[in-house]
Design a protein around this ligand. Structure first.
Ligand SMILES: Nc1ncnc2c1ncn2[C@@H]1O[C@H](COP(=O)(O)OP(=O)(O)OP(=O)(O)O)[C@@H](O)[C@H]1O
Length: 482
């Protein structure tokens, strides 16, 4: 189900009540605002009068949940209802689902790839693989003492159930690939991925920093970024991004985390120059992106690429993989047909896709394979910085782990910097070197991941960490290992 882009969101919630004859237009409009409030949407009276594109991704998801719940159904099929949401909002929405079930007797069929969520919320868990049920039982039975190897591998792969970072902070090695064999989609023939030993680009950032007298500017730097959006009606503005500053050194990963609507995607759009900042600047290797025009802007655009969250929506379904991955080369007028064909084959190899994928269309690929295609496309023009906007949140956990491994390997091999946007702190803990925590558009905490996760200074960061699902089962899983 998706939202109608040309209708205000409040009307879309109210419509359900009107269509089912549960209320007249006036009462439905009031009830719609209440339904939006119950999902945790801030200022629901204002939001109800906005269009979907004016809301953040997480806010849109909450509108969809309000639409599903407003008519108080007997059974709710919730297919990954919170996977696009940050952990605190996730908890609020799932608490709301729990309350609703208790109050009205509504049954919930919760479909999730997040075992932490399943452990916290479900009365019964059914684990499926390739269309078959492999295990079923209570959360204690299934997660506390899993009988099947597949369930054990899923548990090991679940980021929210893992209590420590998979890799040491300064590693440039490959994280353990403990889950590759459970995927079954032949998503990642890891052993095919060659490491170019001796490649100059494989010098680590630590090596570069150690070189005397060469303090390179950060690959990416945002200084005092701000963005205002007009609010409907009363002529006010919403400051979506407020005085945001950070730097991403070469070959490092900075994560932007924060609750839904905190300004993560807007910051990314400003960095990519897809929106104009109200104030502040973005520098790439010391060059000001915000002031660049014409050829200089085109040159800078080449150095900054993006991978979007949803590999089902971000790839043109009519095109072959070969055409998709070389599209940026065509757009920037790089090479001729023959050199682009060679580059397409190289790119597939880089992201560990088989050469046969070249002529396939996105619909013939799995989610993980599609995300590999999106990564190959971003890397085609050899960018210095890749903005990864929730790159794994649409994927199930075992595939998530493979894509995160791939990103780490590519970073080590190509010395590329990542701006990694995520609401999922469990994922951030595994991949990022540094983290910026945003709240209401402002930076509330900024530091090295090991530091921020162990000793958060801001209560909001502590709250985000405490809300990571699966805390109950983390203890159980550890107990089970002994
Ligand atoms: N085009 C727009 N017009 C009006 N308001 C907007 C627009 N784009 C974003 N906003 C507002 O800016 C704020 C920040 O949104 P943004 O998409 O950056 O949040 P986010 O942190 O990426 O959230 P999520 O995790 O839910 O995707 C929200 O209040 C949103 O409603």
């Amino acid at each position: 189900m998706s939202l109608n882009p040309v209708k205000r969101v409040g009307e879309q919630v109210a419509e359900v009540l009107v269509v089912h004859g549960l209320a007249d237009r006036r009462a439905a409009a009031l009830e719609a605002v209440e339904a939006l409030r119950r999902t945790g949407l801030p200022e629901p009276e204002v939001r109800a009068r906005q269009y979907p594109h004016e809301l953040s991704g997480g806010m849109r998801q909450r509108v969809l949940i309000a639409i599903a719940l407003v008519a108080k159904p007997r059974l709710l099929v919730a297919d990954e209802p919170t996977s696009a949401l940050d952990v605190t909002v996730q908890r609020r929405i799932l608490d709301h689902l729990d309350d609703l079930t208790a109050a009205t007797g509504t049954g919930v069929l919760l479909i999730t790839h997040d075992l932490g969520v399943a452990a916290d919320r479900a009365d019964r868990i059914v684990v499926m693989a390739q269309g078959r049920v492999v295990e079923a039982g209570t959360p204690d039975e299934v997660l506390g003492a899993p009988r099947e190897a597949y369930t054990r591998a899923l548990l090991a792969a679940a980021p929210s159930l893992r209590s420590a970072r998979r890799t040491p902070p300064d590693r440039r090695g490959t994280p353990p690939r403990e889950v590759a064999e459970v995927d079954g989609t032949a998503d990642a023939p890891a052993q095919r991925r060659g490491h170019r030993a001796g490649d100059a680009a494989s010098a680590t950032p630590t090596d570069l920093a150690a070189r005397p007298g060469a303090p390179a500017p950060p690959a990416l730097e945002a200084r005092g970024l701000a963005k205002d959006f007009p609010l409907p009606g009363r002529g006010g503005v919403l400051r979506a991004v407020d005085d945001v500053s950070f730097a991403v050194p070469r070959g490092r990963t900075l994560a932007l985390v924060g609750e839904s609507g905190s300004g993560k995607s807007t910051t990314a759009r400003l960095v990519l120059r897809l929106a104009e900042p109200t104030a502040g600047t973005v520098h790439v290797d010391g060059a000001d992106v915000t002031r660049a025009r014409g050829a200089a802007l085109r040159a800078l655009r080449r150095r900054l690429q993006v991978v979007q969250q949803n590999p089902y929506a971000s790839l043109d379904p009519r095109w072959s993989v070969g055409r998709i991955v070389t599209e940026p080369l065509r757009a920037f007028g790089v090479g001729d047909r023959r050199s682009r064909a060679t580059r397409a084959a190289e790119l597939l190899d880089l992201v560990a896709l088989p050469p046969s994928a070249l002529h396939r269309r996105p619909a013939e690929l799995s989610g993980g394979q599609r995300q590999r295609v999106a990564i190959a496309r971003a890397l085609s023009v050899r960018p210095d910085i890749v903005v990864l906007d929730e790159p794994v949140s649409a994927l199930d956990v075992s595939v998530q782990a493979q894509i995160l491994d791939l990103l780490a390997e590519l970073q080590r091999d190509l010395d590329v910097s990542y701006l990694f946007i995520s609401h999922d702190l469990a994922v951030v803990r595994q991949v990022a070197h540094d983290v910026v925590v945003l709240r209401h558009g402002r930076v509330v905490e900024h530091g090295a991941v090991e530091h921020v996760f162990v000793q958060p200074e801001h209560p909001y960061t502590a709250e985000l960490l405490a809300a990571i699902p699966g805390s109950a089962v983390r203890g159980r899983a550890r107990g089970g290992e002994r």
